[in-house]
Design a protein around this ligand. Structure first.
Ligand code: EPU
Length: 287
């Protein structure tokens, strides 16, 4: 308790923007889950490094929240600090800060005739979150468009990592605890990019329940298969627990009809995993 108190005092004395007992549900696309002890929104790298150090010294756990699009927060919420890089939202050419909206970046670069990010059309994420998770789908993943990633060391220095050093893999990286503050992209001029962007976004609108409260694909695709098809073939579309149900449009999506709890969603996840003929691993992070 003493440590948490010291962290609280640090935030107040440094006037770092924060809220205590902040509900996280509204900051996620699924709209479920309890509060964070602290929601902290540092304004620059110095504040961010100081928050990180103060939390470390006080034994306060730290988590990073991006767009909250691939995240399921439990009803109990999370202890410690949740850091949101909402103020790291600038773009200078192809150098983009971690809090920048990825869907916006994909749309902008496609309009500029630059190819590489159109494969992620409509993916709800921040640039930092998309990099950490190596966001992607059938058309490609963010890794292929990354030139470098800037991470913050605990000493408050920015270190530039090459794409190889980031260690991208299926829906992940080797970044571990490192904090992504910005990334540089490698995009190629291409006249066909606008048409591809429109086609990919159109396909997504047709096949996914966009505009509902959901966390995107709940499960990773198992080797050689598609989680959506497998869940569909088990006849689980429409399966409901409380106010959560398996989307009828795409079976790898769970939709919150408005009043679902994290427990409803997790119960549905468990039912799907029990009935599927192959192991289905969550793609969505659970806090
Ligand atoms: N399918 C069904 N029933 C369904 C859903 C899908 O039969 O209810 C079939 C489709 O007809 C298709 C196959 O399953 O033949 C695969 O469809 P899907 O659209 O799910 O494509 P995917 O390759 O499995 C991946 C990503 C998606 C991403 C799309 C398009 C994963 C787990 N999923 O899906 O990512 O949008 O490619 O790029 O990697 C996400 O990460 O949140 C996500 C939705």
């Amino acid at each position: 308790m003493l440590a948490v108190h010291a962290f609280d005092t640090f935030l107040r004395e440094r006037a770092i923007p924060f809220r205590a007992e902040a509900p996280l549900g509204p900051l996620t696309t699924l709209k479920v889950g309890g509060p964070a002890d602290y929601l902290v929104e540092p304004r620059d790298e110095t504040e961010l490094a100081d928050v990180f150090r103060a939390a470390w010294e006080g034994d306060v756990p730290v988590r990073f929240l991006g767009s909250g699009a691939n995240l399921l927060v439990r009803d109990e919420g999370v202890r410690g600090a949740v850091v949101r890089l909402s103020r790291f939202d600038r773009r200078h050419g192809l150098h983009v800060q971690a809090g920048y909206n990825l869907a916006k970046l994909c749309k902008e670069t496609a309009a500029e005739g630059l190819a590489g990010l159109e494969v992620l059309a409509g993916v709800p994420a921040t640039v930092g979150g998309a990099i950490r998770m190596n966001a992607g789908g059938r058309h490609g993943e963010i890794a292929s468009a990354v030139r470098y990633v800037d991470v913050l060391t605990t000493a408050g220095q920015v270190r530039r990592l090459s794409r190889e050093e980031v260690g991208f893999r299926y829906r992940g990286t080797r970044l571990d605890g490192a904090i992504v503050v910005a990334a540089g992209f490698d995009l190629k001029p291409d006249d066909g990019v606008r048409a591809r962007y429109d086609a990919i976004l159109g396909e997504k609108k047709r096949s996914q329940p966009l505009g509902t409260h959901n966390a995107g694909c709940m499960f990773k695709n198992p080797p050689g298969g598609h989680a959506g098809r497998i869940i569909d073939q088990c006849g689980l579309k429409g399966l409901r627990v409380g106010d959560a149900h398996v989307s009828r449009k795409h079976a790898n999506f769970i939709v919150n009809d408005g009043r679902a709890t994290a427990a409803d969603v997790l119960r549905l996840v468990d039912l799907i995993q029990r009935r599927a003929p192959v192991p289905l691993e969550l793609e969505v992070l659970v806090w």
